[in-house]
Design a protein around this ligand. Structure first.
Ligand code: SAM
Length: 246
């Protein structure tokens, strides 16, 4: 006997809205969202979408008014509870523009809760457009099905960050070698730290290793690009101690 298809179908478009989302809540979409649903996906009044606001889970909503430049939707029912993503922070030395976008997007898909840009001696990119980063965070969350948005902080110098971060578990991806990550990872909260294209200086390496809670980890015998290292470290953490085996 054919199974009743699950509702809502996973194929429904998912959009992040400021919210707050609640029953019978009218939401005016912004121009870009109206254009995407109306002109790209050709959706119209009466069609269904999924909404999330980063705090109240995921909601089935219906388009109640649509024009070329504007669209109104109405939240109907909550279809998924608000998730709790693992308390994992990626502290990363920003890399060049296209690659940092990739790094942010992958960190969100892999389930990171917080992103902390860290400026090291050899960091080439010393400032970030956080609005652009937040737009990538939202886009990645819409695509991967997160209901919790990742947060991103202002860039901070490495020394200052080390002295203010507290003594929580810090997994320092050291290209000069370290422990077998999977043997050392402990359940969250945890921070993963990766360096810039030029790597860490010996002085920085010494300061990081001396930080309370720090463990140098190896990501294998090859030298990974900074964005690959961040992705590999998060993936192994999520598989070994994160929420991939929940
Ligand atoms: N200066 C380094 C070199 O050429 O030897 C390259 C740095 S690598 C491009 C950027 C960052 O990725 C490093 O600072 C480190 O955090 C991480 N990384 C790369 N390969 C790694 C490995 N095999 N084990 C641990 N971390 C690695």
């Amino acid at each position: 006997m054919a199974r009743t298809p699950a509702w809502p179908p996973a194929s429904l478009p998912r959009l992040y809205v400021e919210g707050p989302l609640g029953p019978d809540m009218p939401i005016a979409l912004d121009r870009a969202q109206a254009n995407y649903l109306g002109n790209v996906l050709r959706l119209a009044t009466g069609d269904d979408v999924l909404l999330f606001d980063g705090r109240h889970g995921e909601w089935h909503a219906r388009i109640t008014a649509a024009s070329k430049k504007a669209m109104q939707v109405h939240a109907v029912t909550q279809v998924r509870e608000q998730e709790t993503v693992p308390d994992v922070t990626l502290a990363f030395a920003p890399v060049k523009k296209g690659k940092v976008d990739f790094l942010i997007e992958k960190a969100v898909e892999l389930g990171v809760r917080h992103l902390q840009p860290v400026i090291t001696e050899r960091t080439i990119v010393r400032s970030l457009n956080l609005d652009r980063m937040r737009a990538h965070i939202i886009e990645a969350a819409e695509q991967c099905g997160r209901t919790a948005l990742a947060t991103i902080a202002q860039p901070i110098k490495l020394e200052r960050w080390l002295s203010t971060r507290g003594d929580g578990a810090l997994y320092f991806a050291d290209e000069n070698g370290g422990a077998n990550a999977l043997e050392r990872y402990a359940p969250p909260p945890a921070t993963i730290l990766t360096g810039p294209e030029g790597g860490f200086t010996d002085k920085e390496r010494g300061a990081i290793r001396a930080t309370p809670g720090a463990t140098a980890i190896s990501l294998g015998p090859r030298i990974l690009r900074a964005e690959t290292a961040a992705l590999a470290a998060i993936a192994t953490y999520m598989a070994g101690a994160g929420d991939w085996s929940d």
